[in-house]
Design a protein around this ligand. Structure first.
Ligand code: ASP
Length: 336
């Protein structure tokens, strides 16, 4: 018999590890996951490390850094790493960790559940099993496993507040799916390593995500500049339209001139923003805004936070957004 694959389980809290408390569900340490972990020990050699114990609504960039550091430092000696996490902000964490760990050399798989593991009908056992199978697959990258599907962490979006099929891979194929053949991996989706694995955890908090609404007061951009924001991701309309009349562009122009990196994505969940199609988009390009194309808002936000954290200039950030680092964007030249 082949030796069991060695998997590290990093727990961070979330519903999967929750028990009912006086004010509702509260995350606990891994003891509440013990029964399920013991069952998985039939298949894998598992070490558990409780990194934190938080509802993911309380997870901040500092916690992303802690998780990335722990993965990087502890990865040798393991075939793969599973990170259990609350579902609410898991797409942000998985995306941020993707950028913080370029060329990661083992599978890192985030997962969680909509019903606590202590509930007899929990989706947690299934999600953990898919995550462990991906972690043992030998395919490096940062992934998110949910409802028998595995996607790139930087493509994941939480699309349901309570349904079991809570995550989708947006504008990208699934990296793997469970079928009657077991875990079927789509090698076309897997990230390509371009060098040595590295830990680059520096990240800026000074990025604002703004959903455009009809009639938005353009002064909001000046307020953001005055508050010290260094990056703005605008979820624009459709293919990337903004209000170009009524002095609508004034605030964005000022922000770019003030050195703020402005990335424009679409508020539509699917397909790509393309600022070249309409006048209401191309005006933005003239101002020097950056195209977010088909990136999720989570990926655009965390990529911009990371780029600013790495000390990049406005021009370097603009160049970085022309590159596909880990599968977060399509139709781009590959990063060197
Ligand atoms: N509020 C929980 C969390 O994100 C939801 C979940 O885990 O499903 O931590």
């Amino acid at each position: 018999m082949l030796p069991k694959k060695k998997i590290l389980l990093l727990t961070t809290g979330g519903t999967i590890a929750s028990l009912p408390g006086g004010d509702g569900l509260e995350p606990h340490r891994s003891e509440v996951m013990e029964r399920e972990i013991n069952q998985l020990r039939t298949y894998y050699d598992i070490i558990v490390d409780d990194v934190m114990c938080l509802d993911s609504s309380n997870i901040r960039p500092e916690e992303w850094q802690l998780i990335a550091r722990r993965i990087f430092q502890e990865r040798s000696g393991y075939d793969g790493i599973v990170v259990s996490h609350g579902t609410d902000t898991m797409a942000y964490t998985a995306s941020a960790v993707t950028f913080m760990l370029p060329n990661i050399d083992l599978p890192v798989v985030f997962t969680g559940s909509q019903l606590p593991l202590t509930d007899m009908l929990s989706d947690g056992p299934d999600n953990l099993r898919t995550a462990f199978a991906m972690a043992a697959s030998g395919h490096p990258g940062v992934f998110l496993a949910f409802d028998r599907k595995v996607m790139l962490g930087c493509r994941a979006v939480k699309v349901r507040a309570s349904g079991f099929s809570a995550f989708e891979s947006v504008n990208a194929r699934y990296a793997a799916q469970v079928s009657n053949r077991g875990l079927v991996v789509d090698s076309r989706v897997l990230p390509v390593s371009r060098g040595e694995p590295a830990l680059r955890p520096e990240i800026s908090r000074d990025v604002f995500l703004l959903k455009l609404t009809p009639g938005l007061n353009p002064a909001v951009f000046e307020m953001l500049a005055a508050m010290g924001y260094r990056g703005i991701v605008i979820e624009a309309f459709g293919l990337g339209g903004v209000n170009v009349l009524h002095r609508g562009l004034r605030g964005i122009r000022r922000a770019v001139e003030d050195g703020i990196s402005v990335v424009v994505t679409t508020q539509c969940l699917y397909d790509s923003a393309n600022l070249e199609v309409y006048q209401v988009g191309s005006k933005l390009l003239e101002l020097g805004v950056i195209q977010g194309r088909d990136m999720t808002s989570e990926a655009a936000m965390t990529k911009l936070m990371w780029a600013i954290g790495q000390g990049m200039s406005q021009e370097e950030i603009s160049d970085l957004f022309q590159k596909n680092l880990a599968g977060e964007v399509t139709q781009m030249q590959n990063a060197k």
